[in-house]
Write a protein that binds this ligand. Structure first.
Ligand code: SF4
Length: 305
């Protein structure tokens, strides 16, 4: 699969601008943890100058794929796609990822009803999902979609069964909160993002100072959450884009680095006297272990009439 990105890889000038905002590189200061280091590894694997070994596998897997690096690359290199392609070509996975795939394959959650909120397997602790589901006449779904399997570089071999479960249940419309799953369903079902529903509610200004932790997929897809927060309270911004390290496959394989990234966010929010608002069940499940945060749906529930 790396071969497909040959021209893209050869277009990298090695300038290193992609490290400028990389949250992991800034914490560890290791070249191999930054995007440029990973592009160099991909180049070495492509040309045969380096061979796969445990250190190469670890280096390629050690990123939550937050895409922040792509915003500062002057050559517009598709860094995330190259890393994913390099992972796909690896013969071996990390033991933590093999275990995670087994776990994902064993989930047997079934959807119910014609209209479903796809909340994801880490969303059960977000109580507001149930209330919002009932308000829009939908039922929550707490299963997965196999996106993590694809992200670690293997074929998503559970999605066909999941799609079949949705068809058999008579689902017609899916409203996503776990937005990395949306792409798998868009051919067969009517899909939208839950923020479209939240924007229809009458929300009261309840005050408070909030800092929005925007998941990479939402900024990539241009799905806006800030306008919802602004109806409810004051919004402040991080000094630069941040990643919390909460991607399940990253957190499982690199818990220390995931913790460092989370604490970095919490520290900046505290310095700004603001409460972090998450917009992804994955980020919420991770960040709540380290500090005072609130999920977007919980915030909306508090501000409802
Ligand atoms: S990926 Fe882009 S920013 Fe990074 S070294 Fe290559 S050209 Fe420079």
């Amino acid at each position: 699969m790396l071969e497909k990105y040959r021209d893209e890889i050869l277009s990298c000038t090695g300038c290193g601008f992609c490290k400028k905002l990389c949250p992991l590189y800034h914490l560890t200061k290791k070249e191999v943890d930054g995007p440029k280091g990973k592009i160099m590894i991909a180049y070495g694997l492509l040309t045969g100058e380096i061979k796969e070994d445990n250190s190469i596998i670890e280096a390629l897997q050690k990123t939550p794929l937050c895409r922040i690096c792509e915003t500062t690359c002057p050559s517009l290199i598709k860094i995330t796609d190259i890393i994913k392609a390099a992972r796909h070509d690896l013969k071996k996975l990390l033991p933590a990822h093999e275990k995670l795939i087994e776990e994902l394959q064993s989930i047997n959650e079934k959807p119910e009803g014609e209209k479903v909120i796809f909340a994801g397997m880490q969303a059960k602790e977000i109580g507001a999902i149930k209330k919002i589901s009932s308000l829009i006449d939908a039922s929550p779904y707490y299963g997965g979609c196999g996106a993590a399997i694809e992200r670690v570089g293997r074929k998503n071999n559970i999605i066909e069964k999941i799609l079949q479960n949705f068809r058999e249940a008579g689902v017609k419309e899916i409203i996503f909160y776990e937005c990395d799953c949306m792409k798998f369903f868009s051919h067969d079902f009517k899909v939208s993002h839950i923020f479209d529903e939240l924007k229809k509610f009458n929300l009261n200004y309840i005050g408070g100072r909030y800092i929005y932790h925007e998941p990479p997929e939402l900024s990539y897809l241009g799905i806006d959450g800030r306008s919802i927060i602004k109806k409810i309270g004051e919004i402040v911004e991080f000094d630069s884009p941040k990643c919390c390290g909460g991607r399940i496959e990253f957190e499982r394989a690199f818990p220390d680095e995931a913790k460092m990234l989370a604490k970095d966010l919490i520290k900046e929010a505290k310095n700004k006297n603001a409460t972090i608002v998450t917009a992804s069940p994955e980020c919420y499940a991770h960040l709540k272990k380290y500090g005072n945060i609130i999920d977007m749906l919980e915030l909306v529930e508090r501000a409802m009439d």
